[in-house]
Design a protein around this ligand. Structure first.
Ligand code: FAD
Length: 394
């Protein structure tokens, strides 16, 4: 059998390799990643690992010995710089080449850079990798004032951790509420109140004009001609961009993500892709989507492995996601975008409730806070017509 070569040794890449072996694939598997580590999970990076409640070992998806035992040739610390599709050959940044029979792109995303003056000053950071957390943690230890640009999941999770560690935290958000892109006003209001009660300064409808510095080091964030918010550390958390440039340079179809079909196949029949870097059509939600979640990385990777083994598959996931902030666990089932009605069940004042999102009276998504039971129920009944008792009390 010809080699399956996986580019990107993250959540999705590791799952492809593992599922190939589980499915009985006996040919060579090579996985190349540009990070120095074996595949690891990212969610704890902005939660327990940043807080210091989880050791580095807890991040790794499998011990290194697993890859050896499974004859998965893991090549860390090397970037793939080109794909020659006619020769079916990869070029690596160290000058080596590597031939493939089938290729899997699992390159993930990168933090969206802040396109403003001062973004390259020392003390302006983003959070995507173990390395990023190590430098944030080290700098947090000496920092008094952290300013976070962006009130998305990562911004709010880091705010919760830093506040817990005793750092003074200000979050700047251009929109009129946090998490606006992903949740309803009820959930946004809950998190606004939670962070405010904990002592975080959450400034909404506040755009950033520039990062200000002193002797090459960050000193504040300019929010208007008249005002600079003082900071000795700035976290830029304004979303992520798909790593689809390698695919694009090789002439594959991309559109803010590598385009794949329900089998995980790209526009080249010998090249598959999975995880954060892909965009695909969701039949369930009748639109093209690009997801950034562990659920999608794992499930789409399994689909790709099955395709490679020759099983016919059609990926149409029920997306789910979670976010931990202080004592709260937010769990999201389905995609709420486009809803035309909501039902609130339980009381946000009790820190235990959920919001059901409907479209044409059909349940399309549920966001639940501190009620895992409701989340699990929701995952079973999404797609059904709304009726009393469809989802129980919290
Ligand atoms: P990744 O895990 O990012 O792996 C891609 C790998 O490919 C990376 O190591 C990258 O460096 C490497 N790579 C890229 N280009 C090349 C190249 N040319 N050559 C070699 N290697 C390359 N999801 C949830 O569901 N719940 C959460 O609570 C949650 N929290 C998160 C918190 C943080 C701080 C972050 C950053 C993400 C979080 N996510 C969460 C998202 C989740 O981690 C991702 O969806 C998941 O990691 C995607 O897996 P992936 O394999 O597609 O990409």
């Amino acid at each position: 059998q010809k080699a399956v070569v996986i580019v990107g040794a993250g959540q999705a890449g590791a799952q492809v390799a593992q599922s190939l072996r589980q499915g009985g694939f006996e040919g060579p598997i090579r996985m190349i990643g540009d990070e120095a580590y074996p595949p690891y999970q990212r969610p704890p990076l902005s939660k327990k690992y940043l807080l210091g409640e989880m050791a580095e070992d807890g991040l790794f998806l499998r011990p290194s010995a697993f890859y050896e035992a499974q004859s998965i040739d893991l090549i860390p610390g090397v970037r793939v710089s080109g794909i020659n599709r006619s020769a079916k050959r990869l070029t690596l940044q160290n000058g080596d080449t590597l031939d493939y029979g089938k290729l899997v792109l699992a390159t993930g995303t990168r933090a969206r850079p802040l396109p403003l003056p001062g973004a390259d000053l020392e003390g302006v950071l983003s959070l995507r990798s173990i390395g990023d957390v190590q430098s944030i943690r080290q700098k947090l230890a000496d920092a008094k004032r952290l300013v976070i640009v962006g009130a998305g999941y990562i911004g709010l999770e880091v705010a919760a951790v830093a506040q817990t560690l005793g750092v003074e935290v200000t979050v700047l958000e251009a929109a009129d509420r946090p998490l606006k892109r992903v949740v309803s006003p009820i959930i946004s209001a809950f998190y606004t109140q939670l962070h405010t009660l904990k002592g975080v300064t959450l400034r909404l409808e506040t755009g950033v004009q520039a990062i200000e510095g002193d002797a090459g080091k960050v000193s504040g964030v300019r929010v208007s001609d008249a005002e600079v918010v003082a900071a000795d550390l700035v976290l830029v958390a304004i979303g992520a961009l798909p790593n689809d440039d390698l695919a694009e340079a090789a002439g594959l179809d991309v559109d803010n993500g590598i385009l794949v079909d329900g089998a995980g196949q790209t526009s080249d029949e010998d090249i598959y892709a999975c995880g954060d870097c892909t965009r695909f059509f969701s039949t369930r939600y009748e639109r093209s989507v690009r997801m950034e979640s562990v659920q999608n990385a794992i499930d789409q990777a399994k689909i790709v492995a099955q395709s490679l083994i020759g099983v016919e598959v059609d990926y149409d996931p029920l997306p789910w996601f979670w976010s931990d902030q202080y004592h709260t666990k937010l769990q999201i089932a389905g995609l709420s975008e486009g809803y035309d009605d909501t039902k609130l069940v339980g009381d946000p004042g009790d820190d235990k409730f959920y919001v059901a999102y409907l479209f044409k009276n059909k349940l399309i998504a549920v966001d639940s806070v501190n009620t895992p039971r409701s989340h699990m129920m929701a995952r079973r009944v999404i797609g059904e017509q709304w009726r009393d008792g469809l989802l129980p009390a919290v």
